[in-house]
Structures are given as structure tokens and as C-alpha cells.
Design a protein around this ligand. Structure first.
Ligand code: AMP
Length: 196
């Protein structure tokens, strides 16, 4: 993403930061996150609206994990119409649920730079140390346990999957096979982004 010179804005990251800061918003979001349910649209939209006002987002941005349902998508369209920055594409990275389960139950993330590893399939070279930035604190997300992942995948099917049709109808949908070597997947994503 650094290649594109625009920020990756993840509602999950923003929410986790709010939870660890102990803010009122974080306290409201925590129960839904722990259960693998969606946090209320009101909270998430407020956060996105504020984040998109920051300087680094004026030339463009990649939204990660947002929108998660049709109502968020409609609100996003309204928001971006106001700011004159309409969406240029929506990327679907297609991965079967059983593969996702393995990726999530084994996921380790760097506390400092967010780089992601997997205990089983792509462990860091030195235990508990980030290959990218050298920081020595990798963590496993509390919601990356089988029960919560099961809920998250059910929520995806019911609430998020309808976005595929929504963006397809608008001619914005880009689809990439998300199973295979990381480098191949990255190249496929870059090729799709180059068509925008
Ligand atoms: P993620 O980091 O994208 O996997 O999100 C982790 C959790 O944060 C989700 O399971 C939801 O509880 C919450 N969350 C993240 N993004 C959204 C969103 N756009 N709408 C509602 N809840 C969200």
C-alpha cells in the first residue's frame, strides 16, 4: 500500500484502538467485537467520517473492512458524494471458509507495524519478532478463536456478501482469487487496481 501513497483505513484497526484506549466509543464497541457481531453503523460511520477528513486521505484511500453491510455502503456513497471522491472500485478477495478458518486461528500481527504472520503457514523468522520492523511483540487477536470466527463468517454471509451484487451492479466490482501464494495474490490485486 505504501506504493500507492494513500492510507489503508481499517475500521477494525480503528475500533481496536478505541477499545484499548478505553474511550466511551471503545467501551460501546467491545461487546459486539468480542462476540463477532457488527458494531453499530452509527459508531462505524462516525469514525470513518472523521478519519476521511484527515490530510493524508485527501488524495485517496483504501477502505479495509468497511462497508460491512448495505446500509453502510449507502451511507458511504452519500458521504463520498458530498466530498466529491466517489468510489473507484470494490475489491473482493475470494477465500473459502475452511481456508479462512486456518488463516485466522493462526494469525499473528505485529503490535508496531501491523504486519501479519501465521503460526502454521508463515511464521516469523525469529519467534515473536516482526520480520518487517524488528519489533518483538506479535499478538493473536482475541476474536480469532474458532467460536467467534464462526460468528464472523455467519455475519459475513448474511450482511456483507450482499455487497458483492451491490458493487457488481455499479460496475465497480473487482474479483481476485485469495488462495495461493501471497506474492501471486498481491500481483493479482495490483493488476486489478491498475484497471481503475
Ligand atoms: P476486522 O478487523 O475487520 O476483522 O474487524 C473486527 C471486528 O470489528 C468485527 O468482527 C466487527 O465486530 C468490528 N467491525 C470492523 N469493521 C466493522 C464495520 N465496518 N461495521 C461493523 N463492525 C465492524
Amino acid at each position: 500500500i505504501s506504493e500507492y501513497g494513500i492510507p489503508q483505513i481499517s475500521t477494525g484497526d480503528l475500533l481496536r484502538a478505541a477499545v484499548s484506549s478505553g474511550s466511551e466509543l471503545g467501551q460501546k464497541a467491545k461487546a459486539a467485537m468480542d462476540a463477532g457481531q457488527l458494531v453499530s453503523d452509527e459508531i462505524v460511520l462516525g469514525m470513518i467520517e472523521e478519519r476521511l477528513k484527515e490530510d493524508d486521505a485527501q488524495k485517496g484511500f483504501i477502505l479495509d473492512g468497511f462497508p460491512r453491510n448495505l446500509s453502510q455502503a449507502a451511507s458511504l456513497d452519500e458521504l463520498l458524494a458530498k466530498t466529491g471522491q466517489p468510489l473507484q472500485g470494490a475489491l473482493l478477495i475470494d477465500v473459502d471458509f475452511d481456508v479462512l478458518m486456518k488463516r485466522l486461528t493462526g494469525r499473528l500481527s505485529c503490535k508496531n507495524c501491523g504486519a501479519v504472520f501465521n503460526r502454521y503457514t508463515s511464521p516469523p523468522k525469529v519467534e515473536n519478532t516482526c520480520d518487517s520492523c524488528g519489533h518483538d511483540e506479535l499478538y493473536h487477536r482475541a476474536d480469532d478463536n474458532e467460536e467467534t470466527i464462526g460468528n464472523r463468517l455467519a455475519v459475513y454471509e448474511e450482511n456483507t456478501a450482499p455487497l458483492i451484487g451491490y458493487y457488481d451492479e455499479k460496475g465497480l466490482l473487482k474479483r481476485v482469487n485469495g488462495v495461493g501464494e501471497m506474492e501471486d495474490i498481491l500481483n493479482a490485486i495490483k493488476a486489478e487496481l491498475a484497471t481503475i
